[in-house]
Design a protein around this ligand. Structure first.
Ligand code: NAD
Ligand code: LMR
Length: 335
């Protein structure tokens, strides 16, 4: 019996993500929470003949906590998306929504796996962690900033550059760092299968590929021209990442390879070695993690990176520090 909750379920990501979770046979109960239209989305999805029983919740009568009660996994795409010309940092207005949802989780399902999609991820994950710490229920093994769309994009864009777009699922590129522009650090030197030297060794081709992965989100924002940012690809990436967590926790199937997510690196989480590797005292970073029944079993090393990636790492670290600080010191308005 696995209960999943989507917060922000009526939104551009929330609706297709809720659909994909409704199709996940591991999930037996699916609660959909939003400040608007959650009941309609729930009624619609509830007609699909899969095991998950779907219920919608709106804010009145403590709706968030009623939705979250006893949840095993909570996926959060709540909050405003970008419009052309905005950075993800401009979405820091979402911090208040994140703090409110984190408090509700602390009360209703303190042991749930928490998957944060709401931007700016580099700051909203520290907002979640600090709120959970204040409530005395922070478990770094169970909090994930979802950066999986960057990994999905890296597979697609690499396969395209190699002239084999149909092979996208075969290409695996670890992407570490954060989730915004230059904080997104694709480790092309670690790609599997290996990238041929006529691409990896060609500075112009390599720079263009890195840039496309780092700024893939902007491509969608521009194409949607004011109507929002990536929703469908994010829903797929979010559902796939939720599946990794659920399989490791409840399905008895660990992922064959490490997955990457933006996680807490404090000593109690076992992140000290990664801090040494990146040469910076950052408390959050997207890293390789091994998943298990309790979430993050182990934070794994980033491993060998080449000179080009070392340069990108410097830029990522520089931008991440202030974003983390901004989230970690956020003071929500009193209720
Ligand atoms: P959207 O505006 O279509 O949907 C957001 C939903 O959140 C709306 O239905 C809204 O009613 C709801 N909401 C607002 N306040 C809420 C609250 N207090 N509690 C519950 N729900 C609330 O936006 P979207 O396109 O779905 O994007 C959502 C967020 O995800 C944005 O911040 C966006 O930047 C982010 N995002 C992240 C990634 C990633 O890779 N992590 C990718 C794409 C988008
Ligand atoms: C993305 O990478 O698509 C998201 O972070 C949304 C955005 O604002 O680009």
């Amino acid at each position: 019996m696995v209960k999943a909750v989507v917060c922000g379920a009526a939104g551009g990501i929330g609706q297709p993500l809720s659909l994909l979770l409704k199709l996940n046979p591991l999930i037996t109960e699916l609660s959909l929470y939003d400040v608007v239209n959650a009941l309609g989305v729930a009624a619609d999805l509830s007609h699909i003949a899969t095991p998950a029983q779907v219920t919608g919740f709106l804010p009145p009568d403590n709706g968030a906590e009623r939705a979250l009660k006893g949840a095993d996994i909570v996926v959060i795409p709540a909050g405003v998306p970008r419009k052309p010309g905005m950075t993800r940092d401009d979405l820091f207005v979402n911090a208040g929504i994140c703090a409110t949802l984190a408090s509700a989780i602390a009360n209703a399902c303190p042991k749930a796996f928490i998957l944060v999609i709401s931007n700016p991820v580099n700051s909203t994950v520290p907002v979640f962690a600090e709120t959970l710490k204040k409530a005395g229920v922070f478990d770094p093994k169970r909090l994930f900033g979802v950066t999986h769309l960057d990994i999905v994009r890296a597979s697609t864009f690499l396969a395209t550059v190699l002239g084999k777009p149909q092979d996208a699922p075969k290409y695996k590129v670890p992407v570490v760092g954060g989730h915004s522009g230059v904080t997104i650090l694709p480790l092309l030197s670690q790609a599997e299968p290996k990238i041929p030297s006529d691409v990896l060794g060609d500075k112009a081709k390599r720079d263009a590929l890195v840039n496309r992965i780092q700024f893939g989100g902007d491509e969608v924002v521009k194409a949607k021209d004011g109507a929002g940012s990536a929703t469908l690809s994010m829903a797929q990436a979010g559902a796939e990442f939720a599946e990794f967590v659920l399989q490791a926790a409840f399905g008895g199937k660990k992922s064959q390879r490490p997955v990457q997510a933006y996680v807490y690196l404090g000593a109690e989480a076992g992140g000290e070695a990664v801090k040494k590797e990146i040469g910076a005292d950052l408390d959050y970073f997207s890293v390789n993690v091994e998943l298990g029944p309790n979430g993050i079993e182990k934070i794994l090393p980033i491993g060998q990176i080449d000179a080009a990636e070392k340069e990108l790492l410097g830029a990522a670290v520089k931008e991440l520090g202030p974003s983390i600080e901004k989230g970690a010191t956020f003071q929500p308005a009193p209720p």
